[in-house]
Ligand binder design. Sequence first.
Ligand code: CO
Length: 185
Amino acid sequence: MSEELELRVVHYPEPVLRKLADDVEAFDDELRETVKGMFERMYADKGVGLAAPQVGIGRRILVINQTGDAKNKDEELALINIRITDRSGAKVRAEEGCLSFPGIYAEIERPDRCKLSAFDPDGNPLELELDGFLSRIAQHEYDHLEGVLLVDRMTPADKLGNRAALEELVEDYRERRKKLARKPS
Ligand code: CO
């Protein structure tokens, strides 16, 4: 079923994951289609958040559902042109994964709370104050818009522990590039 979805998640070290995402300029049907497609992809891949650069779109669009369950529509957050305006609270360490780093998990330290401003897909402004798991997801996804990745926030020990898996991702990427280069366009 997931193969039928239009949007696919790109894996580390695809260069699009390192780019600073641009603001969305039009709150139109195309944006709302993108948001819908991102939610579908996120649920299909069993994620709780997804950032547009992860599906190859360099725009400031995030989708989140902390329950990861498509039936819980009330938990869905689509955040456009998001800015985190404040981070506070105790620094908390917890395990994180990332759809762009399949099979890799690491303990990441982040402040418990954050304040953010954003727009919904219809262009209505939102101001949110988050804490706990939801705040963690928002901060993780926000990092993607800044080109910051899980691997950058790992402790040296986790980096070492995940070294083989990270090298495998780099090798997969090289293989994909080679295949693309061989294909006549
Ligand atoms: Co991620």
